[in-house]
Ligand binder design. Structure first.
Ligand SMILES: [Fe+2]
Length: 292
């Protein structure tokens, strides 16, 4: 019942996408696939997604699942692109509806349906997604976002944006309905998987130009994580996290990424000319007395 994990690094957003496949049946899941997006040109591109497709085809894999650990703010998901090319069902945490409600309001999208129906499957705590002779078990791990989930298969876990590699600490908690206290609780749940469980990160920012690293054990995190190490209290962690969040800039792609990611990577409707657009909500308007 062994699964093989193949990581793919999307350098532009420091994201790890994974292909997980069952050696016996060749069924596979693709986790957190990225689509390239040049914000300045407004250009979507499939260069990275095609690497995933090439791998799937070269190994004769059958795509069963295309899974999101959460609605990402730093890259556009390739979920729908890959589903159209390779088949499979898209899946994400059921609380994506909360993210959808937030951004439906922010972007003023009266026609947008915020019931999660853009995804084939919405998962909840303890749900199982069968993959060949194994299955992923779902843990709800909110804090970074309300819809964040971890997918556990055998002794491996895909933890999305909860922990990063130990030298990079944890994910930010200042997005809508994010919570450092909730992330602390979610991380304890991940630690309870057992010291030998291998955790697969969604990002690696390669601090101090170190080589790419994307997995480590629970034991290594408990010993070495710079934010959530053994013995730190929820209150002390929240202070560290909130101080750090106050110093962070808004992610470069948050507005374009969320408009596509709340749709599982489908485009918003085109305007009358046939052209597709993304919106940017402006701030600072009143401060500069520019309101008309
Ligand atoms: Fe994220």
């Amino acid at each position: 019942m062994s699964v093989v994990i193949s990581p793919f690094f999307h350098k532009a957003s420091f994201t790890l996408s994974y292909v997980v496949h069952c050696q016996e049946t060749l069924e596979c899941a693709i986790i957190d696939p990225a689509l390239d997006f040049d914000m300045y040109a407004g250009k979507l591109d499939n260069t990275f997604a095609e690497q995933l497709i090439d791998f799937v085809e070269a190994h004769s894999l059958k795509v069963k699942w295309i899974m999101e650990t959460h609605a990402h703010a730093d890259h556009v998901t390739a979920a729908t692109y890959l589903k159209n090319k390779l088949g499979g069902k898209t899946a994400c945490g059921s609380q994506v509806t909360s993210v959808q409600r937030t951004f439906k309001t922010l972007f003023n999208l009266p026609e947008f349906v915020d019931d999660g129906s853009q995804f084939d499957v919405l998962v909840n705590e303890n749900d199982e997604l069968v993959l060949g002779n194994s299955s992923f078990k779902v843990l709800e791990t909110p804090g970074h976002t309300p819809d964040s989930v971890t997918y556990v298969i055998n002794d491996k876990a895909f933890i999305g944006d909860t922990l990063f590699m130990p030298d990079s600490g944890t994910a930010r908690c200042d997005f809508p309905d994010g919570s450092a206290a909730e992330l602390y609780t979610s991380i304890q749940k991940i630690y309870a998987l057992g010291d030998d469980t291998t955790l697969y990160m969604c990002h690696d920012y390669q601090p101090n130009q170190r080589d790419l690293a994307y997995c480590c054990t629970v034991a290594e995190q408990k010993c070495n994580n710079t934010h959530v190490f053994s013995g730190i209290t929820a209150e002390d962690y929240a202070k560290i996290r909130e101080n750090r969040d106050n110093s962070l800039k808004v992610p470069r792609l948050i507005y374009p990424a969320l408009q596509l990611n709340i749709r599982a990577g489908q485009l918003p409707p085109p305007e009358a000319s046939g052209q597709y657009f993304l919106k940017t909500p402006l701030t600072g308007v009143e401060h500069l007395a520019l309101k008309n």
